[in-house]
Design a protein around this ligand. Structure first.
Ligand SMILES: C[S@@+](CC[C@H](N)C(=O)[O-])C[C@H]1O[C@@H](n2cnc3c(N)ncnc32)[C@H](O)[C@@H]1O
Length: 281
């Protein structure tokens, strides 16, 4: 009789409660990422086959390897696999509608002859940054305003896709047809690439938002950080919101995820759901 076990598929490594705690504490220490106790399944599904293919029969040996690897590659691979980079064009359209409708006059006059600076923090595979580029391009093109968008993420792999700027139907299906036609070039295989006129507007960089120091040479007009802080512990969320405030111009804007809460008591005025303007008090 044929065995139900597939002999070609070696067992996944074992994850002891101690190794899970060690992994959670490593993620907290290095990235302020929270790994709640019920996420054992996530660890197995995202890391199991990699740990096994590297030749480890349990997670402890692999954790030693991650901590000993001076190149940082193993740590980077760990965070790449555990963070969720899933996103799409026009995700949470309320945020973009606000940029379009409420801000148009204000930003057009403020930016005339100057530079409008935005930062997309936690941009994943780039859709949010390219989306913002399309909107700002259309809003500000006639006002003699240059647009610079910095888009950052901790995942090298996600940034590589953002750089390719090539997307399929899954990612594009919620984008207005008019935007797709004007800002993309169709490629073979039902793929679409962001058009050249937007490419120079977005600068992509690797950045761990929880690293102690990063700063900007110029004050920013707008920060998008949506669906990122929810992975961090409260302490890291507070510190980051404080840094966002310092990075913004005196009445710059911060947009967070629709389901997120701003971890700050003062220094912000709510201008809409999940949208905040920096205030002096
Ligand atoms: C769910 S995606 C959100 C993407 C996009 N902002 C959106 O709302 O659709 C979360 C992103 O945050 C990134 N991320 C997680 N921890 C990070 C950190 N410490 N520094 C920078 N990016 C981080 C992940 O790599 C992932 O791409």
């Amino acid at each position: 009789m044929k065995s139900l076990l597939n002999p070609g598929e070696p067992m996944l490594p074992t994850l002891s409660p101690e190794a899970f705690t060690r992994l959670a504490s490593l993620l907290r220490r290095h990235f302020h990422l929270e790994l709640p106790g019920h996420k054992e399944h996530l660890v197995h599904s995202r890391l199991g086959s990699m740990v096994r293919d590297l030749g480890f029969s349990d997670y402890d040996g692999w954790l030693d390897h991650v901590e000993d690897d001076a190149s940082g590659e193993a740590m980077s691979e760990l965070v790449n696999r555990l963070t969720t980079n899933f996103t799409w064009f026009n995700r949470e359209p309320e945020s973009f509608a606000l940029v379009e409708q409420v801000q148009v006059n204000r930003w057009q006059s403020r930016c005339a002859g100057g530079v409008f600076r935005a930062w997309v923090a936690g941009c994943a595979t780039g859709e949010e940054a390219w989306m913002l580029a399309m909107i700002l391009h259309d809003l500000l093109a006639e006002s003699d305003c240059q647009v610079e968008i910095l888009a950052t993420d901790i995942s090298r792999r996600a940034l590589e896709q953002a750089r390719q700027a090539t997307y399929g139907e899954d990612s594009l299906r919620r984008l207005a047809e008019d935007l797709r036609t004007r800002h993309f070039v169709p490629l073979e295989g039902n793929q679409w690439q962001v058009a050249d006129h937007l490419r120079g507007m977005v600068h992509l960089h690797l950045l761990n938002l929880n690293q102690p120091a990063f700063s900007f040479n110029q004050p920013l007009d707008l920060i998008f950080c949506r669906n990122v802080m929810m992975y961090f512990d409260v302490e890291a969320r507070r510190a980051l919101v404080h840094r966002f405030r310092r990075a913004l111009d005196s009445d710059g804007w911060l947009v967070i995820g629709q389901a997120e809460k701003l971890e700050a008591e003062k220094g912000w005025v709510a201008e809409g759901r999940a949208v905040f303007r920096r205030s002096e008090s």
